[in-house]
Design a protein around this ligand. Structure first.
Ligand code: ADP
Length: 259
Protein backbone atom coordinates (compact mmCIF):
# COMPACT_ATOMS: atom_id res chain seq x y z
CA UNK A 1 0.00 0.00 0.00
CA UNK A 2 1.28 3.44 -0.92
CA UNK A 3 0.03 5.02 2.27
CA UNK A 4 -2.65 7.22 3.75
CA UNK A 5 -4.78 9.70 1.87
CA UNK A 6 -4.93 13.27 3.20
CA UNK A 7 -8.25 13.89 4.97
CA UNK A 8 -10.22 16.49 2.98
CA UNK A 9 -13.54 18.08 3.85
CA UNK A 10 -16.02 19.71 1.53
CA UNK A 11 -14.01 22.93 1.57
CA UNK A 12 -13.28 24.52 -1.77
CA UNK A 13 -10.24 26.45 -0.56
CA UNK A 14 -6.98 26.02 -2.38
CA UNK A 15 -5.40 23.73 0.18
CA UNK A 16 -8.33 21.29 0.12
CA UNK A 17 -8.30 21.24 -3.68
CA UNK A 18 -4.60 20.56 -3.63
CA UNK A 19 -5.15 17.76 -1.13
CA UNK A 20 -7.84 16.19 -3.33
CA UNK A 21 -5.57 16.39 -6.39
CA UNK A 22 -2.85 14.76 -4.38
CA UNK A 23 -5.19 11.97 -3.25
CA UNK A 24 -6.28 11.35 -6.85
CA UNK A 25 -2.63 11.08 -7.88
CA UNK A 26 -2.00 8.60 -5.08
CA UNK A 27 -5.03 6.64 -6.26
CA UNK A 28 -3.68 6.38 -9.83
CA UNK A 29 -0.23 5.49 -8.56
CA UNK A 30 -1.74 2.83 -6.35
CA UNK A 31 -3.62 1.20 -9.20
CA UNK A 32 -0.55 1.34 -11.48
CA UNK A 33 1.44 -0.24 -8.69
CA UNK A 34 -1.19 -2.94 -8.11
CA UNK A 35 -1.36 -3.85 -11.78
CA UNK A 36 2.44 -4.00 -12.00
CA UNK A 37 2.46 -6.33 -8.97
CA UNK A 38 -0.17 -8.51 -10.62
CA UNK A 39 1.85 -8.58 -13.83
CA UNK A 40 4.99 -9.76 -12.04
CA UNK A 41 2.98 -12.36 -10.11
CA UNK A 42 1.29 -13.74 -13.24
CA UNK A 43 4.58 -13.76 -15.16
CA UNK A 44 6.34 -15.72 -12.42
CA UNK A 45 3.47 -18.15 -12.28
CA UNK A 46 3.59 -18.74 -16.04
CA UNK A 47 7.37 -19.19 -15.99
CA UNK A 48 7.11 -21.75 -13.22
CA UNK A 49 4.95 -24.15 -15.23
CA UNK A 50 7.54 -24.91 -17.96
CA UNK A 51 10.32 -24.89 -15.36
CA UNK A 52 8.55 -27.64 -13.45
CA UNK A 53 8.46 -29.82 -16.57
CA UNK A 54 12.12 -29.07 -17.35
CA UNK A 55 13.28 -29.99 -13.87
CA UNK A 56 11.01 -33.01 -13.50
CA UNK A 57 12.04 -34.54 -16.82
CA UNK A 58 15.77 -33.94 -16.43
CA UNK A 59 15.64 -35.48 -12.98
CA UNK A 60 13.74 -38.53 -14.26
CA UNK A 61 16.20 -38.96 -17.11
CA UNK A 62 19.11 -38.82 -14.69
CA UNK A 63 17.55 -41.28 -12.25
CA UNK A 64 16.53 -43.80 -14.90
CA UNK A 65 19.38 -44.14 -17.36
CA UNK A 66 17.84 -47.29 -18.84
CA UNK A 67 14.49 -45.93 -19.98
CA UNK A 68 13.49 -47.31 -23.36
CA UNK A 69 14.20 -45.17 -26.40
CA UNK A 70 10.57 -44.21 -26.91
CA UNK A 71 10.16 -42.89 -23.37
CA UNK A 72 13.44 -40.99 -23.52
CA UNK A 73 12.39 -39.42 -26.79
CA UNK A 74 9.04 -38.26 -25.37
CA UNK A 75 10.73 -36.68 -22.36
CA UNK A 76 13.38 -34.95 -24.43
CA UNK A 77 10.82 -33.56 -26.82
CA UNK A 78 8.75 -32.29 -23.87
CA UNK A 79 11.87 -30.55 -22.59
CA UNK A 80 12.38 -28.94 -25.98
CA UNK A 81 8.75 -27.84 -26.20
CA UNK A 82 8.77 -26.29 -22.75
CA UNK A 83 12.10 -24.57 -23.38
CA UNK A 84 10.78 -22.89 -26.51
CA UNK A 85 7.61 -22.01 -24.68
CA UNK A 86 9.72 -20.25 -22.06
CA UNK A 87 11.66 -18.54 -24.79
CA UNK A 88 8.51 -17.11 -26.35
CA UNK A 89 7.19 -16.10 -22.97
CA UNK A 90 10.39 -14.23 -22.07
CA UNK A 91 10.36 -12.44 -25.46
CA UNK A 92 6.75 -11.38 -24.88
CA UNK A 93 7.45 -10.23 -21.33
CA UNK A 94 10.43 -8.19 -22.49
CA UNK A 95 8.34 -6.49 -25.16
CA UNK A 96 5.61 -5.60 -22.65
CA UNK A 97 8.21 -4.37 -20.16
CA UNK A 98 9.62 -2.12 -22.90
CA UNK A 99 6.14 -0.84 -23.66
CA UNK A 100 5.59 -0.08 -19.96
CA UNK A 101 8.89 1.78 -19.91
CA UNK A 102 7.53 4.05 -22.63
CA UNK A 103 9.39 2.52 -25.56
CA UNK A 104 7.84 3.53 -28.90
CA UNK A 105 7.80 2.18 -32.43
CA UNK A 106 9.03 4.22 -35.39
CA UNK A 107 6.51 4.33 -38.21
CA UNK A 108 7.29 4.48 -41.88
CA UNK A 109 5.44 3.63 -45.10
CA UNK A 110 5.30 -0.15 -45.56
CA UNK A 111 3.45 -2.42 -47.95
CA UNK A 112 0.77 -4.43 -46.12
CA UNK A 113 -0.12 -7.03 -48.74
CA UNK A 114 3.42 -8.42 -48.85
CA UNK A 115 3.66 -8.48 -45.05
CA UNK A 116 0.33 -10.32 -44.84
CA UNK A 117 1.50 -12.84 -47.46
CA UNK A 118 4.65 -13.53 -45.41
CA UNK A 119 2.67 -13.96 -42.19
CA UNK A 120 0.32 -16.34 -43.99
CA UNK A 121 3.28 -18.43 -45.15
CA UNK A 122 4.47 -18.66 -41.53
CA UNK A 123 0.96 -19.55 -40.34
CA UNK A 124 0.72 -22.37 -42.90
CA UNK A 125 3.88 -23.81 -41.41
CA UNK A 126 2.28 -23.68 -37.94
CA UNK A 127 -0.73 -25.68 -39.02
CA UNK A 128 -1.15 -27.95 -41.99
CA UNK A 129 -4.72 -28.66 -40.89
CA UNK A 130 -6.24 -25.36 -41.99
CA UNK A 131 -6.65 -23.54 -45.28
CA UNK A 132 -5.22 -20.05 -44.91
CA UNK A 133 -6.13 -17.66 -47.71
CA UNK A 134 -5.37 -14.08 -48.68
CA UNK A 135 -8.29 -12.19 -50.17
CA UNK A 136 -7.05 -8.83 -51.48
CA UNK A 137 -6.74 -7.12 -54.85
CA UNK A 138 -3.35 -7.77 -56.43
CA UNK A 139 -1.96 -4.29 -55.84
CA UNK A 140 0.21 -2.60 -53.23
CA UNK A 141 -1.39 -1.39 -49.99
CA UNK A 142 0.90 1.26 -48.52
CA UNK A 143 0.23 1.91 -44.83
CA UNK A 144 1.92 3.61 -41.92
CA UNK A 145 3.65 0.85 -39.98
CA UNK A 146 6.74 -1.07 -39.00
CA UNK A 147 7.41 -4.24 -40.90
CA UNK A 148 8.58 -6.67 -38.21
CA UNK A 149 6.03 -5.61 -35.62
CA UNK A 150 3.23 -5.69 -38.16
CA UNK A 151 4.17 -9.22 -39.12
CA UNK A 152 4.27 -10.12 -35.40
CA UNK A 153 0.79 -8.64 -34.95
CA UNK A 154 -0.62 -10.54 -37.93
CA UNK A 155 0.96 -13.76 -36.71
CA UNK A 156 -0.68 -13.34 -33.31
CA UNK A 157 -4.09 -13.00 -35.00
CA UNK A 158 -3.40 -15.91 -37.35
CA UNK A 159 -2.05 -18.10 -34.58
CA UNK A 160 -5.22 -17.49 -32.55
CA UNK A 161 -7.44 -18.13 -35.56
CA UNK A 162 -5.72 -21.51 -36.00
CA UNK A 163 -5.64 -22.38 -32.29
CA UNK A 164 -9.30 -21.69 -31.69
CA UNK A 165 -10.81 -23.31 -34.77
CA UNK A 166 -11.19 -26.97 -35.68
CA UNK A 167 -8.90 -28.72 -38.16
CA UNK A 168 -10.15 -28.65 -41.72
CA UNK A 169 -11.69 -25.17 -41.49
CA UNK A 170 -10.48 -22.07 -43.29
CA UNK A 171 -8.92 -18.80 -42.20
CA UNK A 172 -9.19 -15.78 -44.48
CA UNK A 173 -7.12 -12.60 -44.37
CA UNK A 174 -8.70 -9.72 -46.30
CA UNK A 175 -7.42 -6.24 -47.03
CA UNK A 176 -9.49 -3.30 -48.20
CA UNK A 177 -9.33 0.47 -48.30
CA UNK A 178 -11.74 2.64 -46.34
CA UNK A 179 -11.30 6.39 -46.89
CA UNK A 180 -7.93 7.39 -45.42
CA UNK A 181 -7.54 4.01 -43.76
CA UNK A 182 -6.70 0.46 -44.73
CA UNK A 183 -8.45 -2.39 -42.96
CA UNK A 184 -7.08 -5.88 -42.64
CA UNK A 185 -9.29 -8.59 -41.24
CA UNK A 186 -8.60 -12.11 -40.07
CA UNK A 187 -11.65 -14.34 -40.18
CA UNK A 188 -11.88 -17.85 -38.77
CA UNK A 189 -14.59 -20.51 -38.48
CA UNK A 190 -13.73 -21.35 -34.89
CA UNK A 191 -15.32 -21.60 -31.46
CA UNK A 192 -15.96 -17.88 -31.03
CA UNK A 193 -15.51 -15.71 -27.96
CA UNK A 194 -18.22 -15.65 -25.27
CA UNK A 195 -19.83 -12.24 -24.88
CA UNK A 196 -18.83 -11.83 -21.22
CA UNK A 197 -15.19 -12.50 -22.14
CA UNK A 198 -15.05 -9.89 -24.90
CA UNK A 199 -14.19 -6.91 -22.66
CA UNK A 200 -11.19 -8.81 -21.28
CA UNK A 201 -9.45 -10.49 -24.19
CA UNK A 202 -6.93 -7.65 -24.66
CA UNK A 203 -5.86 -7.83 -21.01
CA UNK A 204 -2.53 -9.35 -20.10
CA UNK A 205 -2.74 -13.03 -19.16
CA UNK A 206 -6.47 -13.19 -19.81
CA UNK A 207 -7.68 -16.47 -21.37
CA UNK A 208 -11.23 -17.64 -21.86
CA UNK A 209 -10.32 -21.29 -21.29
CA UNK A 210 -7.01 -21.61 -19.48
CA UNK A 211 -6.64 -25.33 -20.08
CA UNK A 212 -7.40 -25.11 -23.79
CA UNK A 213 -5.21 -22.07 -24.29
CA UNK A 214 -2.24 -23.58 -22.46
CA UNK A 215 -2.50 -26.81 -24.41
CA UNK A 216 -2.41 -24.74 -27.58
CA UNK A 217 0.69 -22.95 -26.28
CA UNK A 218 -0.87 -19.65 -25.22
CA UNK A 219 -0.49 -17.70 -21.98
CA UNK A 220 -2.83 -14.84 -22.78
CA UNK A 221 -0.31 -12.19 -23.82
CA UNK A 222 -0.86 -12.30 -27.60
CA UNK A 223 -3.72 -9.86 -27.90
CA UNK A 224 -2.22 -7.49 -25.30
CA UNK A 225 0.89 -7.27 -27.48
CA UNK A 226 -1.13 -7.01 -30.69
CA UNK A 227 -3.15 -4.13 -29.27
CA UNK A 228 -0.03 -2.31 -28.14
CA UNK A 229 1.55 -2.65 -31.60
CA UNK A 230 -1.63 -1.41 -33.29
CA UNK A 231 -1.80 1.64 -31.00
CA UNK A 232 1.90 2.36 -31.55
CA UNK A 233 1.32 2.36 -35.29
CA UNK A 234 -1.52 4.84 -34.93
CA UNK A 235 -4.06 2.14 -35.71
CA UNK A 236 -6.85 0.22 -34.01
CA UNK A 237 -7.59 -3.44 -33.36
CA UNK A 238 -11.03 -4.82 -32.54
CA UNK A 239 -13.32 -7.83 -32.75
CA UNK A 240 -15.69 -7.21 -35.62
CA UNK A 241 -17.87 -10.23 -35.08
CA UNK A 242 -17.80 -13.41 -33.04
CA UNK A 243 -20.08 -16.40 -32.47
CA UNK A 244 -20.31 -20.15 -32.90
CA UNK A 245 -19.68 -19.59 -36.62
CA UNK A 246 -16.29 -18.02 -35.96
CA UNK A 247 -14.54 -14.77 -35.19
CA UNK A 248 -13.29 -11.80 -37.22
CA UNK A 249 -10.57 -9.48 -35.92
CA UNK A 250 -10.01 -6.17 -37.71
CA UNK A 251 -6.88 -4.05 -37.82
CA UNK A 252 -7.16 -0.50 -39.12
CA UNK A 253 -4.05 1.39 -40.21
CA UNK A 254 -3.47 4.76 -41.80
CA UNK A 255 -3.08 4.62 -45.55
CA UNK A 256 0.18 6.15 -46.83
CA UNK A 257 0.83 8.12 -49.98
CA UNK A 258 -2.69 8.23 -51.40
CA UNK A 259 -2.86 8.57 -55.15
P1 ADP B 1 -3.62 -16.82 -25.87
O1 ADP B 1 -2.17 -16.89 -25.75
O2 ADP B 1 -4.33 -17.53 -24.76
O3 ADP B 1 -4.15 -17.18 -27.21
P2 ADP B 1 -4.43 -14.07 -26.47
O4 ADP B 1 -4.14 -12.82 -25.70
O5 ADP B 1 -3.89 -14.14 -27.85
O6 ADP B 1 -3.93 -15.27 -25.57
O7 ADP B 1 -6.00 -14.27 -26.53
C1 ADP B 1 -6.75 -14.16 -25.33
C2 ADP B 1 -7.93 -15.11 -25.35
O8 ADP B 1 -8.90 -14.68 -26.32
C3 ADP B 1 -7.58 -16.54 -25.75
O9 ADP B 1 -7.17 -17.30 -24.65
C4 ADP B 1 -8.89 -17.05 -26.34
O10 ADP B 1 -9.72 -17.52 -25.31
C5 ADP B 1 -9.52 -15.80 -26.93
N1 ADP B 1 -9.32 -15.72 -28.40
C6 ADP B 1 -8.40 -14.98 -29.06
N2 ADP B 1 -8.51 -15.12 -30.40
C7 ADP B 1 -9.57 -15.97 -30.60
C8 ADP B 1 -10.20 -16.50 -31.77
N3 ADP B 1 -9.80 -16.19 -33.03
N4 ADP B 1 -11.27 -17.34 -31.59
C9 ADP B 1 -11.70 -17.65 -30.34
N5 ADP B 1 -11.14 -17.18 -29.21
C10 ADP B 1 -10.08 -16.35 -29.32
Amino acid sequence: DLGQRIPTGKNQDELSRLARTFNDMLGSLQSAWDSQQRFVGDASHELRAPLTVLRGNTELLRRHPHLDAQERETMLSDIEKEASRMNRLVDDLLLLAQSDAGSTLKRSPVELRGIAAEAIRDARRLSGDHTVMLDAPDEPFMVSGEKDRLRQLLLILLDNALKYSPAGTGVTVSIRRAESHTILSVQDQGIGIPEDALPHIFERFYRVDKARSRKAGGVGLGLAIAEWIAAQLGGRLWVEQTGPQGTTFCLELQTEGEG
